[in-house]
Design a protein around this ligand. Structure first.
Ligand code: HEC
Ligand code: HEC
Ligand code: HEC
Ligand code: HEC
Ligand code: HEC
Ligand code: HEC
Ligand code: HEC
Ligand code: HEC
Ligand code: HEC
Ligand code: HEC
Length: 420
């Protein structure tokens, strides 16, 4: 009798569990009738392409999931034991908004074409263990989701097949300031893949509707870096960009996207020593086409590199002025603007940050001196004089040494001739 009771208790419990979803008002059949078979850890089926698919469903995980109160037919609407071939699950019938934005995305369009490699609902959310994204146990939890994206986006075979950015780029994210804040500090506020790319409506950056399209980037980064966005919007670059000038830099032109590091990191594109190269990159201030198109003075990089500051920076003196020390960075304005740091009136203050006794005299000399007879006759003449003078000296010196050697050899030969 006692033995029978102990045998019965689990049965009663199971029955209670089975009755529970119905008690909650769901008309769906329970879980138990399915778990008679699918609760068996060894149940599997062979796949046409070889290999097997486990048909085991972990009931505990399922119960803890967001759909766990309902029966299996919540999603497998046509399942009724015993069953034959079942329809594919449609999440969209209950989540039409998610389905709609997903279907317009790169992943969604691929899925509609039957491409197996793209992400579908269950690839990001799971099937039987779906949880609300706020739940730290969810796959879509803020600190977990990057791993889900990277499962495919660090896969060499997928990258090659779909011409996606290389593995190095994805590894760069992991060691970027945002990736480190995620991995090392578990910082909820840091940027993970869907913060920049979105979750359902993901599109490549060259499409205007994409979250990562140039035109949307300042606002995107500004979601978190709002103080910087405010400055940028008022700057010559921000106004230009908003005015439709596609050549005007957005955040990622100066900072990169996946590789963004702390500004104090020597590999950062905006580390003091790298700033001149970043401002002068082939697309910007050393590009003659850009300079004439927008009537900006030319050769900013070469003139800077010829200056005291440029030479000092090149030799490792990171305290020397770089472009940003004089022009600012997010708040750059044209020199003619009275608020510009390089407006004549403000130069003593700007130089004074590093040259404490900078007075009005500092505003007198030109900073970007292009050394041509038209632009700076004085400097040009001095430079030309020294170039000729030093070259002549070198030639004379070589000639002198050559003649001297020749003479010595001749003298030696003559002496030897005398001896014989
Ligand atoms: C008598 C055992 C049994 C019961 C009860 C049972 N299944 Fe199955 N189920 C199977 C077998 C066997 C397969 C593999 C069929 C195959 O080879 O395609 C399967 C496959 C499936 C699949 C995968 C279908 C596919 O094509 O990949 C789903 C989904 C499924 N079952 C859901 C359910 C649901 C929901 C219930 C409860 C309403 C249920 N099953 C009850 C034995 C069972
Ligand atoms: C939130 C929706 C949802 C619910 C609820 C659900 N499933 Fe599934 N199930 C899926 C999805 C999605 C798949 C992937 C195959 C597909 O697209 O049809 C799947 C696949 C399966 C498979 C095939 C093996 C696998 O893992 O791919 C089995 C077996 C299965 N489900 C059984 C069950 C059982 C038993 C229950 C109830 C305990 C259940 N499912 C409840 C969404 C669901
Ligand atoms: C029969 C309708 C139905 C189907 C089919 C269905 N869901 Fe749900 N889903 C719901 C309901 C209802 C909730 C809300 C549960 C709650 O709030 O407790 C929910 C909640 C969710 C949540 C959490 C939402 C939040 O607020 O954070 C996610 C994520 C989710 N479902 C994804 C899916 C995915 C993925 C599929 C397909 C594999 C799917 N659902 C299939 C009805 C459905
Ligand atoms: C590429 C990954 C990915 C795919 C594919 C995907 N989702 Fe999501 N989904 C997410 C992420 C990430 C979030 C949570 C964003 C957040 O933190 O609020 C989310 C949120 C949700 C939510 C909760 C709504 C909300 O705003 O909190 C539902 C419901 C949902 N998804 C359903 C679906 C359905 C249905 C599909 C398929 C049509 C799908 N998802 C496809 C990644 C994905
Ligand atoms: C199951 C694998 C898989 C997962 C998970 C996945 N992706 Fe993808 N993704 C792909 C494939 C494959 C493509 C290429 C599809 C194509 O070009 O047709 C793609 C395309 C993209 C593209 C567009 C690239 C382009 O040039 O068209 C972006 C952006 C993207 N994924 C971001 C993400 C993000 C962010 C996540 C996570 C929230 C994610 N993906 C999760 C497989 C995946
Ligand atoms: C700080 C924002 C940010 C984060 C975080 C981020 N990306 Fe990107 N991603 C971008 C930008 C910006 C582009 C370039 C868009 C362009 O100019 O075409 C890009 C490009 C891509 C592309 C190439 C397709 C395209 O749009 O050109 C893929 C794929 C991609 N990212 C995947 C990921 C994945 C996976 C993660 C997470 C591991 C991630 N990204 C994290 C901003 C980000
Ligand atoms: C014209 C190039 C340029 C553009 C455009 C630009 N930045 Fe910067 N940013 C810089 C430079 C240079 C620095 C480093 C200045 C320094 O050494 O203090 C910097 C510094 C930063 C910092 C670190 C701030 C600090 O002082 O700790 C953040 C965060 C940042 N930028 C975000 C952004 C965002 C977001 C945008 C777009 C709204 C943006 N940047 C646009 C050049 C730029
Ligand atoms: C979801 C919020 C979020 C988004 C979106 C975001 N960032 Fe960040 N970013 C952060 C946080 C948080 C940190 C600080 C991490 C730390 O200090 O460990 C950070 C750090 C930085 C830094 C380093 C600052 C330093 O102190 O050196 C730069 C530069 C930066 N972000 C640029 C960008 C750019 C450019 C974009 C857009 C492409 C962007 N961020 C998008 C949250 C975000
Ligand atoms: C020591 C301070 C200083 C440094 C360093 C500096 N500049 Fe300048 N820059 C100025 C001053 C002052 C002006 C305005 C007068 C002039 O053209 O000489 C100016 C003018 C300009 C202008 C024209 C602005 C206008 O409104 O006409 C551009 C563009 C420019 N600089 C870019 C750069 C770039 C790029 C770098 C770095 C490679 C750089 N500058 C480094 C001080 C500096
Ligand atoms: C970020 C700090 C910084 C700013 C801002 C700056 N300088 Fe300098 N400057 C230096 C340093 C450091 C040196 C020393 C380099 C060397 O010894 O070769 C230097 C050297 C010079 C020299 C060479 C003669 C000397 O005193 O060694 C001149 C001239 C000069 N700066 C002018 C200016 C003018 C004009 C401005 C403003 C338009 C300016 N600097 C802004 C840091 C700065």
């Amino acid at each position: 009798m006692k033995r029978m009771l102990t045998r019965l208790t689990p049965l009663v419990l199971a029955a209670a569990l089975l009755a529970w979803p119905w008690a909650a008002g769901a008309a769906a059949p329970g879980v138990g009738e399915c778990q008679d078979c699918h609760g068996d850890k060894t149940i599997e089926k062979s796949l046409p392409g070889g290999g097997t698919l486990s048909l085991f469903v972990d009931e505990k995980a399922y119960r803890g999931s967001v759909h766990g109160k309902g029966g299996c037919t919540t999603c497998h609407a046509d399942a009724k034991a015993p069953h034959g071939k079942l329809e594919k699950v449609s999440c969209g019938k209950c989540h039409p908004d998610a389905e709609k934005s997903y279907s317009g995305s790169t992943h969604g369009k691929g899925h509609a074409k039957g491409i197996q490699d793209v992400a579908w609902c269950a690839d990001c959310h799971g099937k039987h263990d779906i949880r609300k994204s706020k739940d730290p146990a969810a796959r879509t939890f803020h600190l977990t989701i990057a791993g889900v994206c990277l499962k495919c986006h660090k896969d060499r075979a997928i990258e090659d097949k779909y011409h996606l950015p290389g593995q190095e780029v994805m590894e760069a994210y992991e060691s970027s300031v945002h990736g480190m804040a995620l991995k090392k500090s578990g910082l909820m506020g840091t940027a993970v893949c869907p913060d920049c790319h979105g979750n359902h409506a993901i599109l490549p950056g060259d499409q205007p509707r994409s979250a990562t399209h140039r035109q949307n980037l300042p606002t995107l980064c500004g979601k978190c870096h709002s103080g910087i966005l405010e400055k940028y919007e008022k700057s010559v670059h921000g106004k230009g960009m908003r005015g439709g000038i596609a050549d005007s830099p957005v955040c990622t032109d100066c900072h990169g996207e996946h590789r963004i590091t702390k500004i104090t990191d020597p590999t950062s594109s905006v580390y003091s020593k790298n700033i001149p190269k970043t401002c002068a990159s082939a697309r910007c201030h050393e590009n003659a086409g850009i300079a004439s198109k927008y009537a900006i003075p030319k050769k900013r990089f070469s003139t800077y590199m010829d200056s005291f500051h440029g030479i000092a920076l090149e030799y490792g003196m990171t305290k020397a002025a770089n472009c940003a020390s004089c022009h600012g960075f997010h708040d750059i304005l044209p020199a003619a603007d009275p608020d510009s740091t390089v407006n004549k009136a403000n130069i003593p203050k700007t130089c004074g940050k590093c040259h404490p006794n900078a007075g009005p005299n500092f505003a007198k000399g030109a900073i970007h001196v292009e050394v041509t007879p038209q632009k700076a006759m004085g400097v040009f003449a001095v430079r030309a004089f020294y170039t000729i003078f030093i070259s002549s000296l070198v030639v004379l010196f070589v000639l002198h040494v050559g003649l001297e050697l020749h003479g010595r050899r001749r003298r030696k030969r003559m002496e030897e001739g005398k001896k014989e």
